[in-house]
Design a protein around this ligand. Sequence first.
Ligand SMILES: C[S@@+](CC[C@H](N)C(=O)[O-])C[C@H]1O[C@@H](n2cnc3c(N)ncnc32)[C@H](O)[C@@H]1O
Length: 420
Amino acid sequence: MEKNSVDYSAWARTNPVFMTAKTSVCLMAQAGIPDADRVVRRLGLGSAAEVSGMRDAGMLLGNELVVEAKYRTMCQLIEASGYQINVDLPCGYTPKALRLTEKGLRFVGLDLPIVAGEAGPALLALADHPDRMRFEGVDATNPDSLAAALKDVREPVCLTTEGMMMYFTGSEVDAVLSNVRSLLAEHGGCWITPDPEYILQFMLTFKAVLGEGAIQKLLASRDAAAGQSDAGSLTNAFIVNPMDVPASVERVTALLAAHGLQARRVNLAEHMPELAVYRKLTAAQIEAFKAAMRGCHYWVITPDGHRSERAESGADGAFSMHCAVEGGVFQASLRGRVDTITAPELLKAWEAEQGAASVAAAEIDCSRLQYISSAGLRVLLIMQKSLGGARVRLTDVNDDVWDILETTGFIDLFEAERKA
Ligand SMILES: C[S@@+](CC[C@H](N)C(=O)[O-])C[C@H]1O[C@@H](n2cnc3c(N)ncnc32)[C@H](O)[C@@H]1O
């Protein structure tokens, strides 16, 4: 493979969640969001049913409603925030860059490198104001990648996150919250996100317009999203439980406070503009949908003025690795952070060594490994599967990485030894 060509396969295997963004822009096009159809054509995508595997018309309609309500309300909240620059993390493939730059705002789209590298050229080619937008590859859990992407930004930002937090494990949520806190402390501005109440928004929407069978369609739609992302439950400490809203809002608020952040909840029904997808609904369905959205809120988050209890250690998280095969044992020494940006390197090194020599075991020196995200864990799992019965051995694992292995349940899969 050429040095600069994109290895889609390694990216897809280490973090397949980026596929969900393609479904999202297809749903937007079907809902009738301006320019989404141009993006879909430019990317050569098919219908939402083809891209997502969801075939049921009711399920697709419910998803279109959620996606359009989110997109238009978020654009409205960004414009009303008064900040002149929107940093959209993750930007996916949505036409938000086109809409906001037409209104005079500037737009920085951040997403995994595989998405930013594809969305950027597509949107720039469709833009009347390409000078007002740029796209950068980042990993939201990786502070250095975010700082590098925003190094030229010298003003407060309206940071937005739509459809990302639910894919993370607990330690990834902590990493992202800590990064958001640092970013807002440095630049000023606010973070707006519908993610804490996304399950509630789906539930209320499906129940309001799909009547009987709504819950089955909701569950099937969740399974389709989980299948596309390889994420498990699509919930974590940042997500409100619709069965117990007051207690879980309190829990998320406390989590934010532990990171030096505070939230104001804004009512969705009060800020949601008219939707194009209403043309597919009856008057009674529209009324029921609008009433249901009174039960859902988007979160506007800012630093609370206190220092974060979980301040970054300041340690250098730059990734590097050394790999070799000796006596049939793949030996790797990892340093820094293994996350969505760096995990494909480990996967490729493993596959290259495996192709060149006969490998019967794998041993990873973790003494300088600071952090591992689910993308990194996925690579260790791929290694273990291809070893046939043998278990991957992890040595000198520090307390932070040990916690991640324990909370994700991976500790029992590998042969892990804690740092003395
Ligand atoms: C459901 S899509 C949402 C995209 C867009 N906001 C939208 O509304 O269509 C989820 C997005 O999260 C991105 N993503 C997942 N993990 C990420 C990470 N660690 N850092 C940055 N982006 C991530 C994926 O690449 C994908 O584009």
